[in-house]
Each structure stands twice: as structure tokens, then as C-alpha cells.
Write a protein that binds this ligand. Structure first.
Ligand code: FAD
Length: 401
């Protein structure tokens, strides 16, 4: 199969609409939202109205999709998502992560849920109210080592009982429901994993602390506590059948093939924002206001940063394109996630260097981008973990020859 670098009209429309919205409505509030840790509710309501959802096109067929996506958006779902998130993150990544919708909770319900569960949990977002979903895998002693989760689940009659603590959960405090991963017994490893949808208000489910962070300050990150939390048997994603086929852990992993290119594209959008700001400063100051010859050398740094940005973007596009064509993309998804956030951090550091003191002044967009970017090399699997995934896939490929 060939890759076509031209964007079809529907993808171009979505990208242009997302860029227009980011420029006109998101960017103007970005610095203040970072300072206060709050995003105006009216902005989130406007995003919902336009179909800009945390979770992009999360239904199997069209409903809840992005306006302008055309017919059968599921055929473009990964490309729609990465194009949209690059633009919206260019506006502000905290605003994007706070968009109402299922968020990171969407992909596991989509991949693992039964048709009835998809209808039940996604229809929550048909309401006019702002509602969020969340994805709770990380624990205090299990971040990268996802197979080592300690949160337990046991079946009692028609209910499951969950005990444990989840941490750093995006939109965790306000989520209408959260996909919680637990284990029948930590000694069983991956085979013991089960995924549940736990709704706000279930007995034994409560909020722990809300984190203060270096970057993405306006995006909510919370600790969630499950103390003999009871959910109906129906809330087990995929039902018992799914786990009899030993697909519990694989469901969590499959989610990453879709979400890693998205997260990597967010890093591309933030780095692009920093670079554009820096290029404009270079033009206005080093080319016109004070064109001192030594500043010309900085242009080579700008050129290197543009190269890194293009490479990162193309890697994301490739991973998303493969996913849209149902071609295994775990290696490519890990490659773009390993590369783009690191490249983006290099770019932000380079931008600060080019800007000098101007870059670190209070209210500087580039300074905010620099802080926001660090997290992208941590969540959805750290850079080191991506490199392990890539090397495993390469070794597996070598064994076949
Ligand atoms: C802002 C934010 C939002 C988040 N949102 C969510 C969310 O919505 N849902 C969710 O479930 N989680 C979320 N997380 C958690 C995130 O996924 C974890 O932080 C991440 O998986 C890393 O886990 P850890 O922090 O425990 O670090 P650790 O796993 O303890 O890693 C610490 C360091 O050791 C390295 N390391 C670990 N294992 C290896 C190895 N085998 N080889 C080499 N190096 C290794 C890591 O790369 C890292 O540098 C979020 C985190 C942040 C910061």
C-alpha cells in the first residue's frame, strides 16, 4: 500500500477548523489558564457544541463525531485525531486535555466493550451537560510496570468489589465514569487483569488528592481511591468471555496503538507553537530591529528545529495511517511516541536559547511550552519504555528470518 501525503478534503476541513478555533478561542486564554489552573467553562461548552471532544470520534459509527469529518469518520479516526490534537495543542494542551468527552477512557471502551456497554457508557456524553471520562491504570507502585498493578477485584454474586489506589489520572476528579484496571491476584500477572467502568457515586469510590504540577497546570490530575468499591457484573468491560480469551491486558496495550500517536502529535503541536513564536521574534528583532551579524548564526538552530518538527510529525502520521488501515502499528506508535516528545523538548530548549532573556519572562508562551512538554515523555509510556517496545519488535522481526 502507498502513503498519500495529500490530505483529503474531510481531513483538511477538520484541521482548518481546529486551527481556527485554537487561534481565536484557545490561545487567548492559555497563559491565564496556566496561571490560575482554571479553564473558562464557556470555552469548554463551546468546544462541546462544535463537536471538539476529549476522545475525538468515539462511537463506532459517526455519532458524537467531529463536524466536517464527512461520512464514515471511523475510516479516518486516527488521522482525524492526530490532525485535530496537533492544532488544539498548538492553542493550549491543557484546554485540549480538559475537553468534555470520554478522553483516554474512550479507547478501552471502544476496543474492549460489548455493543451494549458502548451504547451505555458513550450515551452519557449525549447530554448537553459537560461530562468527562477517564482512564485509571497507573498506581503508586505501578507506572511503567503496568503488569504489576496491585488494585484487586473479586466477584461477589452479581457484583465486583474493587480495592486499591490509582494516581495521576487525567480528569479523574470530574469524570462521570472511569475505566479502572484491577487484578484478580497480583501473582497471576497479565492473565489476572480486568477492566471495569466505575461510575461517579458508586459506593466505596472516592477522590484522593488533586496534583499540582510543573506543566499542564490547567489540566486536572487526580488520585482515585477504591475501598470495597462495588460495581455491577455488567461493568466488567467485554464481559467474562473477553478474559477467557486472555485479552484483558492486551486490551490495555491495544489502546496505546491509537493513543500514542495522538499524544506524540500533541507534543508536535506544542513545539510548533514555541517555534512559531521564536521565528516571529527572530524576524522582528534579529532581522529588523537589531540585525547584528552574530544573530544570523541562530538561523541554523531554527533550521534544525524545523527538521526535527517535520520528522516528528511524519512519524505520527505514519503510525496513525497504519492504524486506520488496520495494519499492526505497535512499533510505529512507540517510535513516534519515543521521538516526538524528545524532539519537542529539544525544540523548546532551542527556542529558549534563541530568545534569550525574553523567553523566560513571566507570561512567555515559550516558557509555558517548555514546562508543558516534559509530561509528554512521561505519560502514555515513558521514552525509555517506548525504546524497549521498539527493540522487542525489531528482535521479534529478526527471529522470523
Ligand atoms: C500529567 C500526567 C497525567 C497522567 N494521566 C494519566 C491517566 O490519565 N491515566 C493513567 O493511568 N496514568 C496517567 N499518568 C501516569 C503516567 O502514565 C505514568 O506517570 C507513567 O506511566 C510513568 O510511570 P511512573 O511515573 O510511575 O514512573 P516509573 O515507571 O516509576 O518510571 C520512573 C523512571 O524509570 C524509567 N523506567 C521504568 N521502567 C524502566 C525499564 N524497564 N527500563 C528502563 N527505564 C525504566 C522510566 O522511563 C522513568 O524514567 C499521568 C501522568 C502525568 C504526569
Amino acid at each position: 500500500m502507498t502513503i498519500d501525503f495529500d490530505l483529503p478534503d474531510n481531513l483538511r476541513n477538520v484541521r482548518d477548523m481546529a486551527h481556527w478555533f485554537a487561534k481565536e478561542h484557545i490561545r487567548p486564554v492559555a497563559i491565564e489558564a496556566d496561571r490560575t489552573g482554571r479553564i473558562p467553562g464557556a470555552l469548554l461548552a463551546q468546544m462541546k457544541q462544535l463537536g471538539i471532544s476529549g476522545g475525538a470520534v468515539y462511537r463506532e459509527k459517526g455519532a458524537g463525531g467531529i463536524k466536517g469529518a464527512g461520512k464514515n469518520p471511523e475510516k479516518f479516526i486516527n488521522r482525524l485525531a492526530i490532525l485535530g490534537v496537533e492544532e488544539l495543542s498548538w492553542g493550549d494542551p491543557s484546554v485540549l486535555l480538559s475537553a468534555a468527552g470520554p478522553g483516554l477512557g474512550g479507547p478501552p471502551v471502544r476496543f474492549m466493550g460489548t455493543p451494549a456497554q458502548k451504547e451505555r457508557f458513550f450515551s452519557v456524553f449525549d447530554s448537553d451537560e459537560l461530562r468527562w471520562g477517564a482512564y485509571a491504570l497507573t498506581e503508586p507502585a505501578a507506572g511503567s510496570d503496568v503488569a504489576g498493578i496491585q488494585t484487586t477485584c473479586r466477584k461477589e454474586g452479581d457484583e465486583w468489589v474493587i480495592n486499591g489506589v490509582k494516581c495521576y489520572i487525567t480528569n479523574g476528579a470530574r469524570a462521570a465514569w472511569v475505566v479502572c484496571f484491577a487484578t484478580l491476584d497480583p501473582k497471576m500477572g497479565r492473565g489476572g487483569h480486568r477492566a471495569f467502568v466505575v461510575e461517579q457515586g458508586r459506593p466505596g469510590f472516592r477522590l484522593g488528592r488533586v496534583e499540582k504540577k510543573m506543566g499542564l497546570r490547567a489540566s486536572e490530575t487526580a488520585e482515585l481511591v477504591f475501598e470495597d468499591c462495588r460495581v455491577p457484573a455488567d461493568n466488567l468491560l467485554g464481559g467474562d468471555e473477553h478474559y477467557a480469551r486472555k485479552e484483558g491486558f492486551m486490551g490495555a496495550m491495544k489502546t496505546f496503538d491509537s493513543t500514542r500517536p495522538m499524544v506524540a502529535s500533541m507534543a508536535v503541536g506544542i513545539a510548533r507553537a514555541a517555534l512559531e513564536e521564536t521565528e516571529a521574534f527572530y524576524r522582528d528583532n534579529y532581522m529588523t530591529a537589531r540585525p547584528i551579524p552574530r544573530y544570523r548564526r541562530l538561523a541554523t538552530r531554527l533550521a534544525a528545529m524545523r527538521r526535527q518538527l517535520s520528522t516528528a510529525r511524519l512519524m505520527c502520521w505514519r503510525a496513525a495511517w497504519l492504524a486506520d488501515h488496520d495494519i499492526a502499528n505497535a512499533k510505529e506508535a512507540a517510535m513516534c511516541k519515543a521521538y516526538a516528545p524528545r524532539a519537542a523538548q529539544d525544540i523548546a530548549t532551542g527556542c529558549l536559547q534563541v530568545l534569550g532573556a525574553h523567553g523566560v519572562a513571566d507570561g512567555s508562551l515559550v516558557e509555558k511550552c517548555f514546562r508543558d512538554l516534559k509530561v509528554y515523555d512521561i505519560f502514555e509510556g515513558t521514552g525509555q519504555i517506548q525504546r524497549i517496545v521498539i527493540s522487542k519488535r525489531i528482535i521479534e522481526g529478526l527471529k522470523r528470518f
